[in-house]
Design a binder for this molecule. Structure first.
Ligand code: ATP
Length: 199
């Protein structure tokens, strides 16, 4: 499970998915765009229809990467702990990892029922530069979290969707930060430009 806002999907997401696919020997990585991210309430988010299209373009021709709309098709509130049982129903007998960057791991104590979450799945984590994980704090706040983590090993890409949106807003093109098809989509639909941002 790779949940995210994907506003837009970028190479950092794909790299996280690919490292996890190889190192955790995953059959599939489910890309799960969230409808209304609980941690981004109050922020302007691009329409889910655009984000779904961009994720499809980002993962096209990659048979192990699958767009899953379970999360954005259901009514809010959206949280991973309530999403997981739905995915377990759809993929009987599957073992699940939640794939996250180190920034998300650091926020784990603020998630909805984190202890219940890690009782149901493991965490595949790619630590991101500039984010130091306070393992002692994490373990105190969410007992069991340290041993629930499988750390992914590899180079990291220090790009974020926020940085890409800002870059485009300043009038630049997002080439080489996102797959070409996503970059073309952003330009064709004038996403993230000052006047038409977040249509
Ligand atoms: P934003 O900047 O809008 O918060 P984001 O780039 O962090 O977005 P999200 O869609 O919010 O992307 O993140 C989905 C997941 O992907 C999160 O767990 C996040 O940590 C992870 N992620 C995002 N960018 C990277 C990256 N460059 N390397 C590793 N993981 C990443």
């Amino acid at each position: 499970m790779l949940g995210g806002t994907f506003d837009p999907p970028h190479w950092g997401h794909l790299w996280l998915a690919e490292l996890a696919r190889v190192q955790l020997k995953l059959d599939q990585v489910l890309f799960l765009p969230v409808g209304e991210p609980v941690h981004k309430i109050g922020q302007q988010i691009t329409a889910v229809s655009h984000r779904l299209q961009m994720v499809s373009l980002a993962i096209r021709n990659k048979p192990n990467f699958v767009l899953d709309t379970t999360d954005c098709d259901r009514p809010p509130p959206h949280s991973t702990v309530t999403l997981l049982p739905l995915l377990c129903q759809a993929h009987a007998n599957a073992k699940f990892w939640l794939l996250i960057g180190g920034d998300s791991l650091q926020d784990l104590p603020t998630w909805n029922q984190p202890e219940q979450l890690i009782a149901q799945c493991r965490l595949g984590v790619l630590l991101r530069p500039g984010v130091e994980i306070d393992w002692a704090y994490l373990e105190t706040a969410v007992p069991g979290s340290k041993t629930a983590v499988d750390t992914l090993i590899g180079p990291t890409l220090s790009i974020s969707a926020t940085a890409i949106r800002n870059w485009v807003r300043q009038g630049h093109e997002p080439n080489y930060l996102v797959p070409t098809a996503v970059s073309d989509y952003i330009q064709r639909n004038q996403l993230y430009r000052e006047k038409t941002a977040n249509p």
